[in-house]
Write a protein that binds this ligand. Structure first.
Ligand SMILES: Cc1cc2nc3c(=O)[nH]c(=O)nc-3n(C[C@H](O)[C@H](O)[C@H](O)COP(=O)(O)O)c2cc1C
Length: 191
């Protein structure tokens, strides 16, 4: 990452195995990277290392600190969640809860940042409700959800390991998420 290069942080995925949500997020992040941004991804394995958020905790683990520091330095964020029982997953929510640590920062939470959103689900219904939930959360965190969000039905869309998918239109939608975030992000590096 070059000095003063603005950063886009990706948060998302699922734990345990190959994650289509994480692959979708990577496509969007790479599109932001192609617009000149440094990128940092917190995928399923990274989020799994975060303990359940204790708001009264007096110490934070190195993984918690790395996550919060990255968001503090970010000019934009992309969040990708699977639809779990109609809403975002607990793993993604736990990571977002940790942003409470920034509550007293000069720029708290996701304030002043464009935030791209991606939802995957095994069917269409939960893609819509998960994106709606993510938009509410981003508003609560004072961020600016970008106009286009990618809703991906993983019953139909299969991702490959090389940054592609069986439906080129889905890849295009994910790139659009990364491009919209990049176009609205402050061009100066933050912090
Ligand atoms: C606990 C759990 C709850 C789920 N709930 C829903 C749901 O409500 N609606 C739906 O369409 N898919 C649901 N799914 C399926 C996932 O959203 C879907 O397979 C998603 O693409 C998984 O992403 P991944 O490949 O990144 O793990 C659920 C899966 C799990 C494990």
């Amino acid at each position: 990452m070059a000095a003063n290069q603005p950063l886009v942080v990706g948060i998302g995925g699922t734990i345990g195995a190959t994650s289509s949500t994480e692959r979708a997020l990577k496509i969007a992040l790479d599109a932001a990277g192609a617009e000149g941004f440094a990128t940092r991804m917190f995928g399923g394995a990274d989020m799994a290392r975060l303990p359940l958020y204790d708001p009264r905790g007096t110490t934070r683990t190195e993984h918690e600190q790395a996550f919060v520091d990255a968001v503090r330095q970010a000019s934009a964020v992309i969040i990708a969640s699977p639809g779990y029982h109609g809403s975002i997953s607990g793993v993604v929510k736990n990571a977002l809860d940790l942003l409470e640590e920034t509550a007293r920062d000069e720029r708290p939470y996701l304030a002043d940042m464009p935030v791209g959103l991606i939802a995957t689900a095994y069917g269409w219904q939960a893609t819509g409700s998960t994106i709606a939930a993510l938009r509410s959360i981003v508003h609560a965190l004072r961020g600016w959800p970008t106009p286009f969000a990618a809703a991906i039905n993983t019953q139909e869309t299969k991702f490959d390991a090389d940054g592609g998918a069986n439906d080129p239109a889905v890849v295009e939608q994910l790139r659009r998420v990364g491009q919209q975030v990049a176009r609205f992000a402050p061009l100066a590096a933050h912090g």
